[in-house]
Write a protein that binds this ligand. Sequence first.
Ligand code: DP6
Length: 355
Amino acid sequence: MNQAQNSEKLKSGKVAWKSPSNIALVKYWGKHGNQLPRNPSLSITLREAVTHTEFEYHVKPTGEGLTVDFFFEKKPATAFRDRILGFLEKRMPAFPFLNNVHLTINSNNTFPHSSGIASSASAFSSIALCISSIQQTLSGNQKKGNDFYRQASGLARLGSGSAGRSVYGGYVVWGALDGFNEYSDDYAVPILTDVHPVFKDIQDAILIVSDQKKKVGSTAGHALMEGHPFAGARYDQAIKNMNSLHHILKTSDLDGFVEIVENEALSLHALMMASNPGYLLMEYNTIQIIEKIRAFRIKKNIPVCFTLDAGPNVHLLYPNEYKAEVVEWIDEDLSEFCSGGKWIDDGIGQGPEQI
Ligand code: DP6
């Protein structure tokens, strides 16, 4: 063993990140090439729905390869381990330490396993941040600047598109958009300036209509957009909604916000209904809740609105100043439409943290 190999062998350590899930306001639906989006998307990063991931790494002598042990909630999870291993093997050119290392990965979620909340965004963003941190440490650099987060976002995106947005807090954009040089299909970027105070403390009550696994996995879901009769119109609509929402976020136009957010949610589901095969992912209680949200908004003149991901659960969005009234209303009038009365009191968050 030469000296370089010997010193490499001594390199081992631990790194851990907690990283949140996010909910898209303008939806990413349709992808091509190497995990590139068909249209730009915009999300808020959540505060409570978080994955904690710890990587213990032992650099091995050259030629010994990559080995991974993966534990989810302290139990070996072989299916996810194989997915991560496949993901990491493809990342070796950009992250050379992955060529010869043993990784023990421990991961757990703060949200219940059976809550119907997509965990791939929080899982892959936390994994990407750990890998980027290890690479940095091994190269003797510790600075967590823009370059670090961009690299982590690009890496997370390769694991799951929406995960690229979870690398930052607040409002986050992924995907190129004319007139915005900083936006890219390769990684997400946070909207740091110009967000009006009324949008800075948006709350998200996640109403769990069903805690079952989703009917359509995201890969199959995105594939439905290839050859979809409305694909072209959808990508134009997403660009239009991105531009409008961008403008709205700088103003206090809560009515405009509500209009775009609900239009995006219903458009996503309309696309799925009109796909081949077609999917109906809203349930009876999803529609009950949507009707109640719209009636409450008019009756109380409170700017509550809903969004949906590719499933039946409803994300009820509202400004924090109405929290007391909204929580009382959920408990009295909406929780009966939730599975076991379950809902999660979430909201916009600050983004991942190294722990
Ligand atoms: C409807 O990011 O889960 O939630 O890239 O295949 O992992 P993959 O897809 P994923 O898709 C998310 C779809 C969505 C909308 C969104 O989050 O923008």
